[in-house]
Design a protein around this ligand. Sequence first.
Ligand code: MLT
Length: 258
Amino acid sequence: MTILAHEQSGTGVPLVFIHAFPLDRSMWNVQSSALRKNFKVILIDLPGFGATPLENETSSMESMARSVLETLDALKISDKCIFTGLSMGGYVLFKILKLAPERIRGLVFVSTRAAADSAEGRAKRFKTIEAVETKGVEVLIEAMRPNLLGKTARETQKDLVSLVDDLIRRQQPKSVCAALRAMAERSDSTDLLATINVPALFISGTEDVIIPTAEMEKMAATTPKGSFEKLEGGHLINLEKPALFNDRFSTFLKRRLL
Ligand code: MLT
């Protein structure tokens, strides 16, 4: 049984947060501080990221989802959870939805997509793997910064730019490459949207260059109990606009899930 590195705080309905690529659970610290007064907040490091070692270089979104579920078992979380995933974290959420829908009380998809990679997207990932294998994670910093942070944040939030750069720098090349492979090989989850029978919130940043807002709006419209929030900002919207993000997140919990 795999137990992923995690941080658990607070009591109440469990909120599980799954991070983006190539980051770790600390990207949710601001949400954890705000929410742990009223909820049990669980932040998880996916295999190879943060404090979780990479045990298997041929990981997949599904094996990551299984490890998340096993970690919740180890923590004896038997209540249904409200799961939040940003980007790669969202790809993992779709697999949790497939494997264990009975453990889900609600879903928050942030800056993510149900679709698999296009052939072009996949080819780009394999090029990135080559670059990381030869030059290390440093190459990811310049390459990912314009994707992860919106134009406005890059120009006006220099501390956030440094924080995200440092987060990327902390990750291991072999873990980054394993996750890139796993994302490239992930299957399409679009059909799952119509099967979601719990409230689901979709949050998108208007300056996100990886996942267009219109794509997320369509996902929300396809989901029976889906709702959609568009916030001014980029891909890592929870970090760029924490107060606004937390407000919309909490409003969704209060109105739809509690
Ligand atoms: C992420 O933010 O998790 C990644 O950008 C996702 C991706 O590359 O598809």
